[in-house]
Design a protein around this ligand. Sequence first.
Ligand SMILES: NC(=O)c1ccc[n+]([C@@H]2O[C@H](COP(=O)([O-])OP(=O)(O)OC[C@H]3O[C@@H](n4cnc5c(N)ncnc54)[C@H](OP(=O)(O)O)[C@@H]3O)[C@@H](O)[C@H]2O)c1
Length: 299
Amino acid sequence: MEIEILDAKNSKPIGKCTVQAQTSVRELKVSVHHLKKSLNPHRQSLRLESRGKTLKDTDTIESLSLRDGAKLYCKDLGPQISWKGVFLAEYAGPLFVYLLFYQRPSFIYGDIIRPVSLTANIAAACWSIHYAKRLLETLFVHRFSHATMPLRNLFKNCIYYWGFAAYVAYHVNHPLFTEPCRGCMLAAVTGFMISELGNFSIHVNLRNLRPAGSTVRKIPVPDSNPLTKLFNFVSCPNYTYEFTSWLFFSIATQCIPAYLFTAAGMYQMTVWAIGKHKNYKKEFKDYPKGRKAILPFII
Ligand SMILES: NC(=O)c1ccc[n+]([C@@H]2O[C@H](COP(=O)([O-])OP(=O)(O)OC[C@H]3O[C@@H](n4cnc5c(N)ncnc54)[C@H](OP(=O)(O)O)[C@@H]3O)[C@@H](O)[C@H]2O)c1
């Protein structure tokens, strides 16, 4: 049978594809690519309606109840870049930028000479541990369901991460930086390290939910690692730990730009966590009641 493909923007026909009942959306995208060379399968969003939901790659003509002559809309998502590429750029940048300021180059700070404080040394270690961990997780832990994302996100995300790295690093590494109380700083750094361990534990737990090479989604539950118990209270404990990491970093450095970075990250992650929490409840009828999105008992 034949399926007609229309442009989701203006409903103009792109062409017709011959399909079987078992043809998947992924295979259909390859046929659309043959009809229009600029529409690489990764930049297509196929929908039943022009402004409808994107169909899953695993959906089939049969599962969608499409008949001969049915119409599907194709939205061009624009140029794409691999998720791994985006994450590597996002995380390598802040590491490089922060360590540049840590070297206290005279073109940034002039000729003020003062020894680097213990807090600034420990803060540089914490920052490096966090971003080195994110780089390694991107390469060896995460199993992403989408291979690519729109190229414009790369610019947006890099401006956010690189910009905040420079803003925080400029202040913490400033020769006139005033150290907070040593006991508070060391207690906060301990909190930071536990949060980083928690964040890593959740990422490993999420990886183990998904068999290699698949896009399977399951209800996440705690495993034998006690830091994953947070799944009993929230849907996105990795975001909770990311928030507490930066909160402890801010307390350790008592630096206002670090608090602003924490607040901006928390705002973004709360928006995402609320969306993910809603999706879990919609997708899984037996989703545990009583879980919140990101902050236990609150949000
Ligand atoms: N500081 C900040 O502003 C900020 C903001 C956002 C994120 N982050 C950091 O970046 C980390 C990753 O962020 P993210 O938004 O990619 O986290 P995420 O959506 O929780 O995803 C992490 C990984 O787990 C997979 N996954 C999620 N839920 C799953 C499920 N139910 N079943 C199977 N696999 C599942 C995801 O695959 P999919 O490809 O299917 O999603 C992805 O590979 C965060 O934990 C945080 O540390 C920082």
